[in-house]
Ligand binder design. Sequence first.
Ligand SMILES: [Mg+2]
Length: 287
Amino acid sequence: MIRARGVASGMGLLLLGFVLGSTIMSVVTAKDAGEERSPVECDHRSLTAVLWHRVAAERRALCYQTYAGARRSLGDALQMRAGQKPRAIMIDIDDTVIDTSEYQAQRVSSGISYPAGWDNWVNSGSGALVPGVKEFLLHCESAGVEVLYVSGRSESLMAGTAAKLKKEKLPFVDREHIVLYDTKKTAGVVCSELSAKYDIVMYVGDQLDDLCIGGMANIKSRISAVEGGRSMFGATYIVLPNAMYGKWDAAMYSYDYGLSDIEKRKIRHFWASLTDSKLLEEICGQQ
Ligand SMILES: [Mg+2]
């Protein structure tokens, strides 16, 4: 994350039903009463996204699909490259290698805002691996491609991050291959620095920044960046799904992280209220 910001048992299903039922009831009750919503209720949008991330088999399938495609594309990329610099991939960490949805679920359920509790969660070594990522990274290693773990995590989380990656037995876990840039550098600067040293054959992440094609930008320029690099998705650019958080959301409220949850909700409702033609008009009108 960038700092700013099976089969269940019958009892498990019953418990899940109770929790969901309680949440839904509280939202409905507050709405009916016309009261200001609590942080938990304000963030029900996030709750849905987090639950999709945690329980939807489709999300798991998407991850396997993405990494299987990445493996095939890596083979194609290597056939076309014969540079002098060591070949490497740049891969983001949060929700690309490590699934942070456990933390996101805790955040939504307790009504706390990121970064509260984030450092403790990271240093606890929690979080499952994103499905398919380990096999892909081991394949990179066997193909002679180095792995650069690049993240906007704080440098103070280096030890916890390295310990977690090592615990998961992932390749290239050392200080040279883990780059945590926090707020000291932009993603663009990190991309330039690594490109000078390595022949980057692939970028993998859940945010445009991870692909070195987007920075702090409005919706219009984010979409333009994707359209401009359209032919490279699935080949050089590999994207994992993440509806829980990201600049796609912050771009709607112009990265004004100081806004209250209520204010952000009003802005999201504005975007949700637009018809297709109005949405296009709004995006095209952005400077
Ligand atoms: Mg990420």
